[in-house]
Design a binder for this molecule. Structure first.
Ligand code: KG4
Ligand code: ZN
Length: 344
């Protein structure tokens, strides 16, 4: 069973093909990605209308690239999957529209996929895939959640952010430091040469006793420091970046350890764009090793949005008998959509 996946929820157009035959983890046959970062950079953030138009331009050429890589004809595709949500409505509609039109023209079923389920399962494509059950730390630009994952579609929300996501905290702080969009990787790079103890920044909800997060206050604290520093900012930028990153990473680390202790599980899966952060990986690796916990990450290239995770999530759902792809070819996207609603 060959499953095509199309991702278009935000600023990356991704297309990929997996082989989901049998019961093993679906095998990636080909993938192609186009990032819109350069296009949106001039505006300091994603411009939704430009994103939708660019997805339209990119998706079919990317599909041709994937088929060439996989040495496979269009007619060999058995199911066409696409990101149904959450994400930008217009951007989602492009992927859904193309997927359903393609599926209809091939006489194959189409299947809408949850973007966060794609992130969550993406470590299964890594060289060191996890086994169920595990605790998942989902850290993307729009979401920060801890979940207990028993199997495909068996997700229990343990805690989440009550305001900004971790990626948003990186991005907004980076913007205050005058860094280009998307700020996360730029801030991380700047932080490498800085002193993480230089500024005392808040660790919101660190001792709240639950597994929720709050990052909005951190951004305000960074703004206060930027204003206080004034002209001195330039000289202290890397220290402030390092202190900001340390605050975000400490909260993510402590809450992940708490979730592991609370559930009694000994496996952690980290997914989503912030999962690419080197300091987060280093600290999680060290803390988990000390506690006998295995940690799994997606390959670096699959941390941020991509088509492979969408094809994979569709393939794993189909293998588990949890998804019914249909031939109605009518579609509805879900810009706001909690992963817990996908629970089997
Ligand atoms: O998962 P993703 O590609 O998109 C969403 O579904 O939101 O995550 C994008 C987020 C952005 O906030 C970006 O700044 C952040 O991931 N990010 C990073 C790093 N790479 C990407 N944040 C910190 N350190 C990084 N190395
Ligand atoms: Zn994402």
């Amino acid at each position: 069973m060959r499953v095509l996946g199309i991702e278009s929820s935000c600023d990356e157009t991704g297309v990929a093909l997996v082989d989901a035959s049998g019961a093993g983890v679906p095998r990636l046959l080909g993938q192609a990605l186009h990032s819109q970062i350069a296009m949106h950079q001039a505006y300091g953030g994603v411009v939704p209308e430009l994103a939708s138009r660019d997805h339209i331009r990119r998706v079919l050429p990317l599909l041709s690239e994937v088929l060439a890589q996989a040495q496979c004809q269009l007619s060999a595709i058995d199911v066409v999957a696409y990101t149904r949500g959450p994400g930008l409505a217009g951007a989602l509609l492009v992927g859904a529209g193309v997927a359903c039109a393609l599926a209809a023209s091939l006489g194959r079923p189409a299947l809408g996929v949850h973007h966060l389920e794609g992130h969550l399962l993406s470590p299964f494509l890594s060289a060191d895939p996890p086994e169920f059950p595990f605790v998942a730390l989902l850290v993307s630009g729009g979401h920060t959640q801890l979940m207990r994952v028993e199997g495909v579609g068996r997700y229990e929300l343990l805690g989440e952010t009550i305001d900004d996501a971790a990626g948003e905290a990186f991005d907004k702080s980076a913007k205050l430091l005058g860094l280009p969009y998307p700020g996360g990787p730029h801030l991380a790079r700047l932080a490498e040469g800085g002193d993480a103890q230089a500024f005392k920044l808040p660790r919101p909800l660190l001792h709240s006793g639950d597994l929720d997060f709050s990052f909005a206050g951190l951004k305000t604290a960074v703004l206060t420091q930027v204003q206080k520093l004034g002209d001195a900012l330039e000289a202290r930028k890397s220290d402030l970046a390092a202190s900001t990153q340390a605050a975000i990473v400490e909260v993510l680390l402590k809450k992940s350890l708490k979730a592991l202790a609370q559930t009694g599980l000994d496996r952690l899966v980290v997914a989503g764009g912030v999962g690419a952060n080197a300091m987060l990986r280093r600290q999680l690796d060290a803390a988990c090793r000390a506690q006998g916990v295995r940690v799994h990450y997606p390959e670096l290239a699959l941390c941020t949005d991509n088509g492979a995770m969408i094809a994979l999530a569709a393939g794993m759902r189909l293998q588990a008998g949890l998804a019914v792809p249909d031939r109605r070819y009518s579609f509805e996207v879900r810009p706001r959509w909690g992963l817990a609603e996908m629970a089997a």
